[in-house]
Design a protein around this ligand. Structure first.
Ligand SMILES: [Zn+2]
Length: 96
């Protein structure tokens, strides 16, 4: 893990905690039961972690594979395709 990632995790944890507290505050105002309050806090915390996972999972698939040479941009349409492709899956151009 590089420092940028660790910093992002830290920021997300702070945001998660803030969302959890906001959820708790809202649950209190709405007179939630203890179980409902716990659920509201968990939802606030978890949605941030899911958001973090989405943010970090999506770019890795294309940019990461382009960086490792597993994928390359199609010379015709510039979409990322496998390096050993003989036919572009996006524009159907033949490649050599
Ligand atoms: Zn193409």
């Amino acid at each position: 893990m590089d420092n940028g990632f660790s910093l992002s995790v830290l920021i997300m944890l702070i945001i998660s905690a803030a969302c959890g507290m906001a959820a708790y505050d809202r649950a209190e105002k709405l007179n939630y039961t203890a179980a409902q309050t716990t659920l509201a806090i968990l939802a606030g915390v978890l949605f941030n972690i899911i958001g973090l996972l989405v943010v970090y999972a999506v770019p890795v698939t294309n940019k990461g594979k382009l960086a490792t040479g597993e994928m390359k941009p199609c010379p015709h349409c510039k979409e990322p395709i496998r390096s050993d492709a003989i036919l572009c899956r996006y524009c159907q151009s033949k490649l050599d």
